[in-house]
Design a protein around this ligand. Structure first.
Ligand code: FAD
Length: 283
């Protein structure tokens, strides 16, 4: 089997204290030698500078970092400038997304870009093969997709437009992931699909996120988490068991890697990784 890698996602901090905290978080997680760190990009380019600053901070500390870039609500001219800036800093990897805009941001039927495949195509036209392009994938189907097959077709379009690999939305159902990879391959999208992993540390926050992004928390996990109430130690211990088991299953089943949604916290990701490492993974 080829080498299985893992990567780590941060969001750009908004305050000086957040920047300092992320520096510490990054240093702790860098001990685990991830393949790269990625940094999210806010709706409509709202964190454009913060994303770049965070990427440069991570690279300055000696680690590979990839900015996310989203297209909904951005103009070609603006995206061209961002790509040139990333290129001039020697950045070689991007996570290319459509993005989500908060309600009240306006009507985007007139946006210059509507879907991520258009962004991938634009990046290839503007910068050739300079960037390794990651795109998003949805094992449990993107919430706005007309149907699961339509969503697979959208994924295939992104790959045909030039994506090199993909990172999934998080999920707690390994079968959905394996089925998605199989279906995507059958439909002609044969690129590595890294599994996105969301550690479980806070039930109400997880419920909120999952509601928004269409990730299912299986009933047995939901009931257990709810039964712990405010007992955060029990939530974390149970979350660690459940998510480590999921990761093991994914890696044993041939997932090319794991991408951890850390929410800028080191502890849970570090604990999962350490257990996996004891089990012989990522050595
Ligand atoms: P698309 O691939 O364009 O798909 C969006 C929807 O449109 C899907 O339902 C798809 O089936 C449908 N669709 C696609 N193409 C077409 C077409 N041609 N015709 C009709 N329907 C179509 N959001 C951010 O704002 N910033 C981030 O940094 C960020 N990082 C992320 C990282 C990962 C790994 C993931 C999984 C998600 C991330 N997101 C981020 C969230 C993402 O922007 C949302 O999930 C968004 O709703 C969809 O983005 P996409 O790139 O998958 O879009």
């Amino acid at each position: 089997m080829t080498q299985q890698n893992f990567s780590i996602e941060f969001f750009p901090p908004k305050t000086d204290a957040g920047v300092e905290k992320l520096r510490v978080t990054c240093a702790k997680l860098a001990e685990l030698n991830p393949q790269f760190f990625s940094v999210t990009f806010g709706a409509g380019g709202s964190t454009q500078q913060g994303t770049l600053d965070t990427v440069l901070q991570i690279r300055g500390a000696g680690h590979d970092a990839a900015p996310h870039i989203s297209c909904l609500g951005s103009s070609r001219a603006n995206l061209r400038d961002i790509l040139q800036s990333y290129k001039s800093h020697g950045i070689k990897r991007l996570v290319a997304l459509r993005g989500d805009l908060p309600s009240g941001y306006g009507d985007f039927s007139s946006s210059e870009f509507h879907y991520a495949n258009e962004l991938v195509e634009f990046i290839r036209t503007e910068t050739g093969d300079w960037f390794h392009i990651e795109v998003a994938a949805y094992p449990e189907t993107h919430p706005q997709a007309k149907s699961p097959q339509d969503d697979i077709n959208s994924f295939v379009r992104k790959v045909r437009s030039g994506a090199d690999s993909a990172i999934t939305q998080y999920f707690y159902n390994a079968d959905a992931y394996f089925r998605f990879v199989e279906d995507a391959q059958k439909a002609g999208a044969d690129v590595p699909v890294v599994a996105g992993i969301m550690p479980i540390t806070n039930y109400s926050q997880l419920s909120r996120f999952s509601e928004m992004c269409g990730a299912e928390i299986p009933r047995w996990i939901r009931l257990k988490l709810a039964s712990f109430g405010d007992d955060t130690d029990s939530i974390r211990a149970f979350g660690l068991d459940v998510v480590t088991d999921l990761c093991e299953r994914l890696l044993k089943g041939g997932a090319p890697g794991l991408h951890f949604y850390t929410l800028n916290q080191a502890t849970a990701t570090h604990a999962i990784w350490s257990r996996l490492n004891q089990g012989g993974y990522f050595k």
